[in-house]
Design a protein around this ligand. Structure first.
Ligand SMILES: [Mn+2]
Length: 588
């Protein structure tokens, strides 16, 4: 019985497949018929267009049973170095070039140079992503790529991947904005190279170094597309990456969309996903304003019908996103008082959410990004005259503009030296917030970033912060710049804070930066703070100057000979167990 059913099902399936094959052949013939007269020829189109090219109502993407309307007709298939996103390894004789380019660029340009600018990469999308039909009258788009002394082949592979994987009629232009590079090949040679693209690739240059943030804002002003997409200059866009980013903006122009980022290895240029399959993440932050990601909460996932649909995110990493150009300018683009780089992702996120817009991450849009080993250039003149850490100055501007008082306190608890920083004048930002009628930060925390406090709870105030100096040797507790888990040490007290800026909060947590100080049998250690907790085991006695571990009932002690730090039975008269918190004053 079941065998018979199996046979008849099989026959039906075969008939269906045959029919589908014939339809596909007809479709192919139709679609390729007017190849040269149509910009759309690379893409299967075009349902739902009315005469003037406007959709009667702003259509939403539809999940269909066939291949989606913007999916490429044929799969890219090539062989060669780095094709299909495979890692490419140089010959041993090329190791010098590799090392040189890694120190010049923070990535192995010698390796990149051997890989085709038109290479194929892995399609990392969920299967379901291939079955979405998107509206065909999506807004025209400028892809804005800001660069400063980028490696030639990496920059141009970004450009080629966009040209190869974007519908021509939607791509208004690729706008390259040069932030005052001085590498020779990025001058005349680059201008000459892009001539082959007949104006689709446009190049403008700053006449002095402006930094990423201001250069992006300039790109937005100069762009001609209705939507702007910012990409870093070391990316490769994946199959059918743009329509999924545009569809939510087309539906609501106050929506900003963010692609899911894949990793491109900075040594081998291997293309690979950074997130586990079928798990969705979104951008959040901790109270020192470090960018973090969190698995998307159920509450958010439930709002969607299909697993490949976009979802709301409190913030984004900063480099890659799409936004309606006029909307971006209406909300003041980036705060022009922000310096060079850092914090601009938060500024834009808080502004968008609090002032009535939204941010969506889009699982069906994937873009590869090279994570560099280090930033291969300095900020030159941009960093001069500024006192203190540029990035913390930016954070201070952002939180002073967008946070409510309660949340500002958390930032200053986590970054106590920020109180001393000169953030400049934010009156224009506050006026903009007023003019746009923006909601409170509490509203944002309650409705959008409601998962932040699960991971990073409200911070108890610091009882003490500053250098933690050993009474016996006059040296300071120091992380040595190591990451956790690692042993803490004592070093000459330099007075700059940083790795020697220790905080003890009212719940016994001893912190340095975003890390915690804990103790085990090996000694006093820098450790990851337990997510979702702000307490700790430490008690500082202001009379005896000892730091006691409540659980082990022992005290933090310095070994007189080895300088090793460990827990020892408490002895209030032993100078090697006595510590003084010394509040720091800024040295800038
Ligand atoms: Mn980057």
């Amino acid at each position: 019985m079941s065998f018979v059913i199996y046979l008849s099902r099989r026959a039906r399936t075969l008939r269906l497949l045959g029919f589908a094959a014939i339809v596909l052949v007809i479709f192919y013939l139709l679609a390729t018929y007017d190849k040269d007269s149509s910009n759309l020829s690379n893409f299967r189109l075009s349902k739902g267009l009315t005469k003037n090219g406007q959709s009667s109502d702003k259509a939403s993407p539809q999940l269909v049973s066939t291949l989606g309307n913007f999916e490429p007709k044929e799969l890219e298939d090539k062989d060669g170095p780095g094709e299909k996103g495979a890692p490419h390894h140089l010959q041993p004789s090329q190791q010098n070039d590799a090392a040189q380019s890694e120190s010049d660029y923070g990535m192995n340009i010698a390796c990149s140079d051997e890989i085709s600018l038109d290479r194929t990469i892995l399609d990392t999308r969920l299967e379901e992503c291939k079955r979405w039909d998107y509206p065909t009258d999506l807004p025209t788009t400028s892809v804005i790529i800001v660069f400063h002394n980028e490696g030639w082949s990496v920059l141009l592979r970004t450009v080629h991947s966009v040209l190869n994987r974007t519908p021509k009629y939607i791509l208004k232009e690729i706008l390259l904005v040069d932030d005052f590079s001085d590498k020779e090949n990025l001058k005349y040679e680059l201008e000459k190279y892009i001539e082959q693209f007949d104006g689709t690739v446009r190049l403008i240059r700053n006449t002095q170094r402006e930094g990423l943030i201001r250069t992006r804002s300039r790109g937005a002003v100069e762009a001609k597309g209705e939507v702007i997409v910012f990409l870093d200059a070391h990316c490769e866009v994946n199959t059918n990456w743009l329509p999924p980013l545009l569809a939510p903006i087309y539906k609501d122009r106050t929506t900003m969309t963010v692609p899911i980022i894949d990793g491109i290895d900075h040594k081998t240029f291997e293309y690979r996903p950074v997130y586990g399959e079928d798990r969705h993440f979104r951008g959040i932050f901790e109270w020192g304003m470090l960018y973090k990601e969190n698995e998307v909460p159920e509450r958010e996932l439930r709002t969607r019908k299909h697993n490949s649909e976009p979802y709301n995110s409190p913030t984004h990493a900063g480099g890659l996103f799409a936004i309606d150009r006029k909307y971006f300018l209406e909300i003041g683009s980036y705060d022009p008082g922000l310096l060079v780089w850092g914090g601009e992702n938060f500024e834009l996120s808080f502004k968008i959410w609090q002032c009535g817009g939204s941010i969506k991450w889009v699982p069906c849009s994937r873009v590869g990004h090279v994570y560099r080993s280090f930033m291969p250039y300095n900020f030159g003149k941009l960093a001069q005259k500024k006192k203190g850490s540029l990035i913390t100055i930016n954070y201070k501007r952002v939180i002073e503009t967008w946070f409510d008082e309660k949340y500002k306190r958390f930032f200053y608890t986590r970054e106590p030296m920020a109180r001393f920083l000169d953030m400049g004048d934010i009156s224009k930002q506050l006026a903009l917030k007023d003019r746009l009628g923006c909601k409170s930060f509490q509203w944002y925390m309650d409705n959008i970033a409601y998962d932040v406090l699960d991971k990073f709870p409200e911070l108890p105030p610091n009882l003490h912060f500053g250098e933690l100096r050993s009474v016996a040797v006059g040296k300071c507790l120091d992380t040595l710049g190591h990451g956790p888990p690692s042993l803490m040490a004592v070093q000459h007290c330099h007075g700059f804070g940083n790795n020697q800026l220790i905080r003890l909060n009212a719940k016994g947590q001893l912190g340095v930066g975003e890390r915690c100080i804990e103790a085990d049998a090996q000694g006093i250690k820098l450790a990851f703070c337990r997510l979702g907790t702000v307490d700790g085991p430490w008690i500082y006695d202001e009379d005896s100057h000892t730091i006691m571990h409540r659980v082990h009932k022992k005290c933090m002690a310095l070994h007189p000979q080895t300088s090793h730090l460990s827990l020892m039975p408490c002895d209030v008269n032993n100078a090697f167990q006595q510590w003084l918190f010394k509040q720091l004053t800024p040295k800038w």
